[in-house]
Each structure stands twice: as structure tokens, then as C-alpha cells.
Design a protein around this ligand. Structure first.
Ligand code: F6P
Length: 361
């Protein structure tokens, strides 16, 4: 393989730039050409790319986000449009020419993104465009890897914000309920809560959550009751302020009719907790500040290891692989297996987070 492409897809995350840089350096070291594709699969579809060199990417690794920009490419998730879109992407890669106008087909692709992006890569590989994927998302919701690129930076950012929120909650004897990103995965909520000593509520605690529409009245009562009980116990133990982290799958994600699973979302939840506990309660949605910012050293290093490995795999004509971190070592796994692994959150750690709270002693 002489020429490859790299794209970032789905939600951006800190560390994507370090992965791009590492892939470009690895390609250059092997005498391969590498093209940076703009806006994820949209750029593949529009043939919107430029050749990258080590000089062009030398300073990007400290920056958050992705210099290649990113997008969620709808035709890949629409059964009626997928086939045609894939065909067009493949055609564009085959027709690529270098700056001098000579034929220079893109023969393989590095895809940095979440599991939705892996599905696009799987389809492209089937049509003879070999792909290797890197897990890049703040959510840490990819089962096959212990950690995704971007998670460490985001976790530290959330922990720092929760520490700051605890300062103001303490000053006012308030409860502040904080919505944390992560889609349907509770990793950010649980581990930021554990690190900051906050109460946490995550979908993995066994809530029966509908795909569409609102939670049942019983689930809402269980949800409210769990938080109210934690606050009551902490209050009885002498605590006057409380911080509760709630995974966004409950209060932030809206269905096509604009409904959140927890009826009325964060504002309704805060009101309800105030009624149940008698503690003045505020709602706070951390939002996109969680996703931006300079990547941590750990994310840069993980991204560099993964980016270099992806290029090596393509150079060795291996494709349909996801680069993963397992037990501290970077390795790789077939996409099909990666996509079928169920995502779990450690039950032990859920229990540990509870045991570390003031209300538990
Ligand atoms: O995948 C990362 C993530 O930030 C999730 O935590 C969140 O649910 C989602 O992206 C938000 O997506 P968007 O940028 O489309 O609002």
C-alpha cells in the first residue's frame, strides 16, 4: 500500500490531532503518502482532502478538537442511501491524483471515531477499501478497548468542574445536580463522581430505559428515590451540601418528539429532588465544554501509539481492524468482533463509588 487517507468522524475528542500527527509521521517513515480527509465520511464522499506531511501536522498534537473537522454522515446510517454513498466514496478514492496530476489512488483508510464510524469502515472494507479504526470518543463507550482516545482528558475536565461546583454548593448549603455527557455510557459520570466524591446515577445500575419516550413512573420513582435517599443519609450524617452527577442518557438525550427519558429533563429533576429532600436544589448541564480543550499527556500518548499502529497494519495489508488498549498494551482486533462486544461498567466500581460517599459511612 503506497497511499492512505485518514479521517475523524462522529463527535470530536481531545487526542484526535495527536492520532493524525502520529499517523502522518508513521506513513512518512514508511515512504507512504497520506491524505487528510475533511469532515469525516462527508469529505470522502465529496473528495475533499489534501496530502499531509510531517511539517503540516507538527504542531497539532497539543490542540483539542480535530484539524480535519468531523461530522456525522447521515447517508451511512440510512439504508436507502448507504450503498450509493459507499460506491461514491470508493470511486473518489480510486480516482485520486497527486499534485502533479498523476494517478495516486487512496488504497486504505484510518478512521478515528466511535462505533458508528466503525460501521462505515466495515462497509468500505467489504467494498475493497481496507480500513483500520481507532477508538476516539470522550464517552469511553467502546467495549473492545479499556480506554478510548479523549476519555482521560474529558474525565479530568469533568472532575475539575465538579470540584468547582462543590465549592459553590458548599457555600450555599445547596444540592447541585449535574448532567454529564457520555450518551448511554456511565463511565464519565461514575468515575468523575468517584474521583470527586459525588453521588452518581448511571444507566448501568440496571434502569430499564426506553429507546424512545419517557421512563415509566416506577423507574422515575426509583430514580428520584435513590437520589433523595443518598441526600437524606448524608444530611443525617451532618452534611449540608450535595453534588449529584447524572448521566445524560437520562436527562439530556431527546427522542424524535423532543422528550427526555426523565420527564422534563434536568430542571424537572432538580425541582423534584428539592421537594423530596427540602434542600435547595439547582440543575447544571456541563455541555460541550467537556468535549474540548487540550488533550492530556495520557491521551496524546495513547493516540500516538494507536495512530502509528494503524498505519503499520495498513502497510502490512491488514484491514478491518480496530486498534485497542487491553491490560495496558496497545493491540488490535477484528471490527466484527469489536462491534459485537457488549459494553459493561464494572459493578464493583459502581459499588466502590457508593462506598466512598459521605452518606455511606
Ligand atoms: O459522542 C460524544 C458526545 O459528546 C456524547 O457524549 C453526546 O451524547 C454527543 O456526543 C453529543 O453529540 P452532538 O455533538 O451531536 O450534540
Amino acid at each position: 500500500m503506497n497511499t492512505i487517507g485518514i479521517l475523524t468522524s462522529g463527535g470530536d475528542c481531545p487526542g484526535m490531532n495527536a492520532a493524525i500527527r502520529a499517523a502522518v509521521f508513521a506513513a512518512a517513515a514508511r515512504g507512504m503518502r497520506i491524505y487528510g480527509i475533511q469532515c469525516g465520511y462527508q469529505g470522502l464522499y465529496d473528495a475533499d482532502w489534501e496530502e499531509l506531511t510531517p511539517e503540516k501536522v507538527d504542531d497539532i498534537h497539543q490542540r483539542g478538537g480535530t484539524v480535519l473537522r468531523t461530522a456525522r454522515f447521515l447517508p451511512f446510517s440510512d439504508a436507502a442511501r448507504r450503498k450509493g454513498a459507499i460506491r461514491q466514496c470508493i470511486r473518489n478514492c480510486r480516482k485520486n491524483r497527486d499534485a502533479a496530476g498523476n494517478p495516486n489512488p487512496i488504497e486504505g483508510l484510518v478512521v478515528v471515531g466511535g462505533d458508528g464510524s466503525f460501521r462505515g469502515a466495515f462497509d468500505l472494507t467489504k467494498k475493497n477499501l481496507p480500513c483500520v479504526c481507532l477508538p476516539g470518543t470522550i464517552d469511553n463507550d467502546i467495549a473492545c478497548t479499556d480506554e478510548t482516545i479523549g476519555y482521560d482528558t474529558c474525565l479530568n475536565a469533568v472532575c475539575a468542574m465538579v470540584d468547582a461546583i462543590a465549592d459553590t454548593a458548599r457555600s450555599h448549603d445547596r444540592c447541585i445536580i449535574v448532567e454529564v455527557m457520555g450518551n448511554m455510557a456511565g463511565d464519565l459520570t461514575l468515575y468523575a463522581g468517584m474521583a470527586a466524591g459525588a453521588v452518581t446515577v448511571v444507566p448501568e445500575e440496571g434502569y430499564d430505559l426506553p429507546e424512545q419516550g419517557e421512563m415509566s413512573a416506577e423507574e422515575v420513582a426509583r430514580f428520584d428515590g435513590g437520589i433523595a435517599q443518598a441526600i437524606a443519609a448524608a444530611k443525617a450524617a451532618g452534611r449540608r451540601s450535595f453534588v449529584v452527577l447524572v448521566a445524560e442518557g437520562f436527562t439530556g438525550k431527546k427522542d424524535k418528539n423532543g422528550r427526555t427519558r426523565y420527564p422534563g429533563g434536568m430542571e424537572a429533576l432538580a425541582k423534584r429532588i428539592q421537594q423530596l429532600t427540602g434542600v435547595e436544589t439547582r440543575a447544571d448541564v456541563l455541555g460541550y465544554v467537556q468535549r474540548g480543550g487540550k488533550p492530556s499527556a495520557r491521551d496524546r500518548i495513547l493516540a500516538a501509539q494507536m495512530g502509528a499502529r494503524a498505519v503499520r497494519l495498513l502497510a502490512e495489508n491488514q484491514s478491518n481492524r480496530v486498534v485497542i488498549l487491553r491490560g495496558g498494551a496497545v493491540s488490535d482486533l477484528g471490527i466484527t468482533r469489536a462491534l459485537h462486544m457488549p459494553k459493561k461498567l464494572s459493578a464493583e466500581d459502581i459499588a466502590l463509588a457508593k462506598s466512598l460517599r459521605y452518606d455511606s459511612v
